[in-house]
Design a protein around this ligand. Structure first.
Ligand code: NAP
Length: 300
């Protein structure tokens, strides 16, 4: 019987694993993607993680993982699809059908990219539409692309792509941006970036791949790539009947990670909180692991 099963291997899950294993708990991390480290792997250069500034997100994620592996954390690939409390313990069913038992669960499954909602979005997936500039940006060397969104992801993506592409349009539906004012200022001063505000994408056209993006202000932009950065949706679908969720689908839990389900803890981007960053995810993981340790110790 495991003490703690951790769902997700992003910064929250890995941090939880490190704290749990150092507290002598029997731990297993279940990850949907083999060797995945979550959204951090898709981030560009990370300059706001204390003491490890200037690393690419992928490299930072690899460091987190290596740290957990060096401490003996074990990993298993699979998607946790069903959770059931029986007596004091939890049964977790994976998509493979396997059932794993644990005294406590730390759920750190993160969030996924919100879709723009255009009918053509699916048809052009992988044919000019992308949700990850760092993953796909190199495919658009010297090409013209559009980035849609007004948060930090959109600003970072536009900044990253301006160093690769011939031209980058940044399109946001409002005048004010949610993302960092500093990054916006840099973009405004970047020659190959054109910022278009108060405009919505209403159509995508192209013979086989993306060729044109149509906006509701009448403009038709000739682009070869469209990077959609309109926010994230928490991966809470599998636990929506188990724990309380807020209006946007995030798990209601304070810093301790405790949810309304006993022995079920939430950590990282899936939790209600004002700031979703690598550092807050890592802090969540540590807190949830300590909460799980306390919970398990009272069971024995
Ligand atoms: P976000 O902050 O939620 O921003 C999403 C953006 O997409 C908003 O500007 C929103 O417009 C726009 N949007 C949403 N639905 C849309 C639609 N259907 N059509 C057009 N636009 C739409 O998401 P995010 O940028 O992914 O950031 C998520 C969190 O991660 C934030 O807390 C952010 O600070 C953090 N983050 C930080 C960094 C960094 O520090 N370097 C990098 C990436 C992300 P409105 O503004 O009009 O709502």
């Amino acid at each position: 019987m495991l003490d703690v099963i951790i769902i997700g291997s992003g910064p929250a899950g890995l941090s939880a694993a490190i704290y749990a294993v150092r507290a002598n708990l029997q731990v297993l991390v279940v990850e949907k993607e083999y060797m995945g480290t979550g959204q951090v792997a898709e981030s560009g250069r990370v300059d706001n993680y204390l003491g490890l500034n200037g690393l690419e997100g992928y490299d930072l994620g690899e460091r987190f993982r290596k740290h957990a592996e060096e401490l003996g954390v074990e990993f298993q690939e699979g998607e946790a699809v069903f959770f059931e409390k029986y007596g004091q313990n939890w049964k977790i069913q994976l998509d493979t059908g396997e059932i794993i038992e644990a005294r406590a669960v730390i759920y750190a499954a993160g969030a996924f990219h919100r879709r723009l909602g255009l009918p053509e979005e699916t048809a052009f997936a992988g044919k000019g539409i992308s949700y990850c500039a760092v993953c796909d940006g190199a495919l658009y060397q010297d090409k013209t692309v559009a980035v849609i969104g007004g948060g930090d992801t959109a600003l970072d993506d536009a900044s990253y792509l301006s160093g690769i592409c011939q031209k980058v349009y940044l399109i946001h539906r409002r005048r004010e941006f949610r993302g960092s004012a500093g990054t916006l200022q840099k973009l405004q001063a970047t020659e190959n970036v054109e910022i278009i505000t108060e405009a919505q994408a209403i159509g995508i056209a192209g013979a086989k791949r993306v060729e044109e993006l149509r906006l509701d202000n009448g403009r038709r932009l000739e682009v070869q790539g469209i990077f959609i950065a309109v926010g994230m949706i928490p991966s809470t679908d599998k636990i929506k009947d188990l724990v309380e969720l807020d209006g946007q689908g995030y798990v209601v839990a304070d810093e301790s990670g405790k949810t309304c389900a006993e022995g079920f803890f939430a950590a990282g981007d899936i939790r209600t909180k004002p700031l979703r960053q690598i550092v807050t995810a890592a802090a969540d993981g540590a807190n949830a692991a300590m909460s799980a340790r306390e919970y398990v110790s009272h069971m024995e």
